[in-house]
Design a protein around this ligand. Structure first.
Ligand code: ATP
Ligand code: MG
Length: 489
């Protein structure tokens, strides 16, 4: 519902913008066209008036202070022309403003006063101006001088009415004003239709998006194949759902793993307590049962602690303090701590550390990474075996390797060893010895450092974990997502 209302709002807004735009363009065009038309009409009227002026001056003489019209009286055409001038707009006055001849029409228009005539005579020789009669009709008047036989100037004015031109202009205006709204309306309807068409796929995308819920995250919106902005939006949306789906799956997997991990020790505790309750009859037996139950509780607490830490790390709540760290020094420290446990397991721990192997890293997490790898090697290498810890420089990179000649990891298990709680089953060892979280931490630390990890393992022969960091002098690498883990056998 909300979606369709929004789409209509957008459609209406687009249409209104188009309509406004169209109105503005039509208004500007109308003003420009009308102006051009008015100018052309005025130029034409002036040109005709100029011709008439020349003709009047040709026919008119002033002799003895009286106007005399000179033309061939036998020529009907000429007579008609002169009559037309005299009956049209004509005013003839002497320089004091006394009227010598004035046509009826000019009288209607209102002849100039003597003062005006004197002013016009003093000014430019000819002048063209527009005048309006009482009824508002416009006339174009051209005035100037005509000299008599004694070279005295007289005032002459002729004119034409501009009714035809005004009518043309009025017609144009009326038609334009009546057609423009129709055009705006037609354009608005077309815009409404076009905006509707453009927004229709958006509506279908929105309703498809609405149908995606936590239960059917597998649904994807189909691309339209137009490779346009909308397809780009659909792609982004689909990849967002991809990411959501993988997060959802991770969370689901996580809850399954956690409940599974917690169930085993809880069942064991309950079993031990039940057996003790039913069969124990001495204080010592109860005591043994409680000690065993406490061990399981400790393990539970350990799992919960580790999980909390891991989820904090993976959700970005653990802030890393990056600083230049000499990996050789860090490795030497950890190796020292592991000397005694290695000896206890009758293992030889050899180190080859190239000094000044500086990387940018968080010291605490790097120590944890080294501890996890070394403790795994010690745990999974039988007595008499050896462990090799190396830090070497390779160009702009520093490589850390932890290799052992222990039991190795079967190839079918290799892809899973970084998963939470994943432990390779081993008949000989107590399956509960590790939590299966150590390598999950390693994978996160590698990712957080923008490093790469590679595992080589041959069952019965040994395992080698190799991690490649960018050297501190090289530009910091972009953190890859997910952790760049390569597994080899
Ligand atoms: N060096 C190794 N040699 C042989 N197997 C190994 C080695 N390192 C890891 N593995 C296998 O990978 C599994 C996962 O290792 P990880 O460190 O995540 O868990 P863990 O050692 O079992 O428990 P945790 O480290 O949480 O106490 C181990 O259970 C083991 O089977
Ligand atoms: Mg481990």
């Amino acid at each position: 519902m909300i979606v369709s209302r929004r789409a209509i709002g957008l459609r209406l807004r687009l249409t209104l913008i188009y309509a406004l735009f169209c109105t503005a363009i039509l208004a500007v065009l109308g003003i420009v066209f009308r102006g051009t038309l008015a100018l052309t009409l005025r130029q034409n009227a002036t040109a005709v008036l100029d011709e008439e002026w020349a003709a009047v001056k040709g026919y008119l003489r002033i002799e003895k202070q009286r106007p005399v019209w000179f033309y061939d009286r036998d020529d009907d055409e000429e007579a008609a022309i002169v009559l037309k001038f005299r009956q049209g707009l004509l005013l003839l006055a002497d320089r004091k403003g006394a009227v010598l001849e004035v046509s009826e029409k000019y009288k209607g228009l209102g002849p100039e006063t003597p003062a005006e005539i004197q002013a016009l005579l003093r000014g430019s020789r000819t002048a063209v101006r527009e005048r309006r009669d009482e009824d508002g009709f416009a006339y174009l008047i051209k005035s100037g001088t005509q000299t008599d036989d004694e070279k005295r100037p007289y005032f002459v004015a002729i004119g034409r009415n501009l009714e035809a031109e005004e009518t043309v202009l009025d017609n144009f205006t009326r038609r334009y004003v009546s057609v423009a709204p129709v055009l705006v309306l037609a354009f608005s309807i077309a815009s409404w239709w076009a905006a509707g068409r453009a927004l229709a796929p958006l509506k279908s995308v929105a309703s498809a998006a609405q149908s995606i819920t936590g239960d059917n995250l597998g649904l994807r919106i189909d691309r339209r194949g137009a490779n346009d902005e909308l397809d780009g939006l659909i792609d982004s949306f689909n990849s967002m759902v991809d990411r959501l789906q993988s997060s959802f799956n991770q969370i689901r997997q996580f809850s399954t793993d956690v409940s599974h991990e917690l169930r085993t020790p809880l069942t064991a505790i309950r079993g031990q307590l039940e057996v003790a309750l039913m069969t124990s009859d001495s204080k010592d037996q109860y005591r043994d049962a409680m000690i065993s139950a406490m061990e399981d509780v400790d393990r539970l607490a350990q799992v919960v602690r580790a999980l909390l830490h891991l989820s904090q790390a993976e959700s970005g709540q653990v802030k890393l303090a990056f600083e230049p760290v000499d990996l050789a020094v860090a490795a030497a420290n950890i190796a020292e701590q592991f000397e005694i446990p290695a000896e206890a397991e009758k293992l030889r721990l050899a180190v080859h550390l190239e000094p000044q192997s500086a990387i940018m890293g968080d010291r605490i997490q790097l120590d944890r990474l080294l501890s996890n790898l070394l403790s795994n090697s010690i745990k999974y290498t039988p007595a008499g075996g050896s462990i090799q810890l190396n830090v070497v420089q390779r160009g702009a990179e520093v490589e850390l390797t932890v290799a052992d000649n222990g039991r190795g990891i079967p190839p079918e298990h290799l892809p899973h060893i970084f998963d939470r709680f994943y432990r390779v089953p081993d008949g000989h060892r107590d399956p509960d010895k590790g939590l299966g979280l150590g390598l999950s931490f390693v994978a996160w630390i590698v990712k957080a450092h923008g490093a790469r990890i590679h595992v080589d393992s041959t069952p019965g022969q040994g395992t080698c974990f190799a991690i490649t960091f960018a050297a501190a002098t090289a530009p910091a690498p972009a953190i890859s997502d997910p952790a760049d883990v390569r597994i080899g056998v």
